[in-house]
Design a protein around this ligand. Structure first.
Ligand SMILES: CNc1nc2cc(C(=O)NN)ccc2[nH]1
Ligand SMILES: [Zn+2]
Length: 383
């Protein structure tokens, strides 16, 4: 069941248990308790935009150790509609995922629509990227949608500004986002669902600090850092985290939205982040690009034509235990569906295994050694 009812006082739906703080960084080990199970943190959340993690069945996701997955409010509102999913008994039943689910609020999507949207104090008027039909997302409307979808964690409706932006616009957008967060809090009334806030403010320190302080004073059960990984150089993203994360409550989960490349995950954990999501591992897998211990590998490359070794010689996932580079390259060459399924399994396993190893390193107070070892082999990209 959800939040248990002790003598009328409802316990929160989602609680965070801080288990251990690293002695050498802001990294920490925790447990995120939700109505659909407990998640060890730091955690990577596979993205299932349209109520499916593309190319993966729920059983396969469980087999590789995925615990909590993401879905998108914007996409599910447009198709098949939040009322249909509510009729199905909610997102867990509809997609047959019994573990925890987090839905983002569409803040990122509707702002990525560019000229197809108009922002006012009330909310965002946008045209569907599918059929051009007009829609209005307000904080109240988005809360109605997320309560109907029924994830364990719902994100507030915010504005994710693009990079770079002016100080004036970032200030205007951040202050509106805080007003929208208050409206979300007022409109949200689903006891077995936690509402997380999202810190914005682009790359301006005083705006980020104001956003964090105002949202912390509203006492949300969890806090995301949004508006990053939107084209800014990685060092700038790390700098924003350096001064933003310390303002967030120690005993609540911190979620860095849209980040999931191996190096960014390690740097985020070192700066006190507990939760990550990113479409990158699954998206590049469908394009035939896989993560390996030595960096990225593009399987379509002719040099793998006669290579009868596994994708990643250090990986023990189903794909690497069972198939060769030559075979997977062949599948991509002839556009066989199994190809992108196998690379997706590998990339998700790679990220989930990285998180397992990060958690082990935090427990052993050896995360900085782990980081050194990782970078000795792995060649990170600039963006
Ligand atoms: C891939 N980069 C990336 N940045 C994101 C930012 C947000 C955000 O601020 N939502 N409110 C969400 C998803 C993101 N994905
Ligand atoms: Zn593998």
């Amino acid at each position: 069941c959800s939040s248990s009812n002790l003598g009328g006082k409802l316990l929160p739906a989602v609680t965070f248990e801080l288990l251990k703080e690293s002695t050498e960084s802001k990294a920490r080990l925790g447990k995120l308790h939700t109505p659909h199970g407990t998640v060890d943190t730091p955690v990577f959340m596979p993205v299932g935009t349209q109520a499916t993690v593309k190319a993966m069945s729920p059983r396969e996701l469980e087999e590789i150790g995925a615990r909590i997955i993401l879905s998108n409010t914007y996409h599910l509102y447009l198709r098949p509609g939040h009322t249909l999913i509510q009729e199905a008994g909610g997102l867990h039943k509809f997609m047959a995922w019994s573990g925890p689910i987090l839905t983002d609020s569409g803040g990122f999507q509707v702002f990525s629509l560019g000229d197809l949207r108009k922002i006012t104090e009330e909310g965002v008027e946008f045209r569907s990227h599918i059929d051009g039909s007009k829609h209005l997302f307000t904080p109240e409307k988005v809360m109605e949608i997320e309560m109907a979808l029924g994830p364990d964690i719902a994100m507030v409706f915010d504005e994710c500004v693009s990079y770079p932006t002016t100080y004036e616009y970032a200030k205007e957008a951040m202050e509106r986002t805080t007003r929208w967060a208050e409206r979300c809090l007022k409109a949200h009334h689903k006891e077995d669902q936690a509402l997380f806030a999202i810190v914005q403010g682009s790359s301006f320190r005083e705006l980020r600090e104001k956003s964090a302080r105002d949202l912390v004073s509203l006492d949300f059960p969890g806090y995301a850092v949004g508006g990053l990984s939107v084209g800014e150089p990685k060092p700038l993203m790390y700098e924003v985290l350096d001064y933003t994360v310390p303002l967030l409550p120690l005993h609540k989960p911190r979620y860095l939205m849209g980040v999931g490349s191996p190096d960014c995950v390690i740097e985020g954990v070192l700066r006190g982040i507990d939760m990550f999501d990113c479409v990158l591992p699954t998206r590049i897998a469908r394009n035939g690009t896989v993560f390996t211990k030595l960096g990225k590998l593009v399987i379509r490359n002719a040099k793998y034509k006669n290579d009868f070794t596994p994708l990643d010689h250090h990986c023990d996932c189903y794909t690497c235990r069972t198939f060769t580079r030559a075979y997977i390259r062949h599948l991509f060459n002839v556009n066989e569906i199994l190809g992108l399924r196998l690379t997706t399994i590998h990339n998700l396993h790679f990220l989930l295994e990285l998180m397992r190893n990060i958690r082990k390193a935090i427990a052993a107070d050896s995360l900085s050694e782990f980081r050194e070892e990782f970078y000795r082999y792995y060649e990170p990209e600039q963006f």
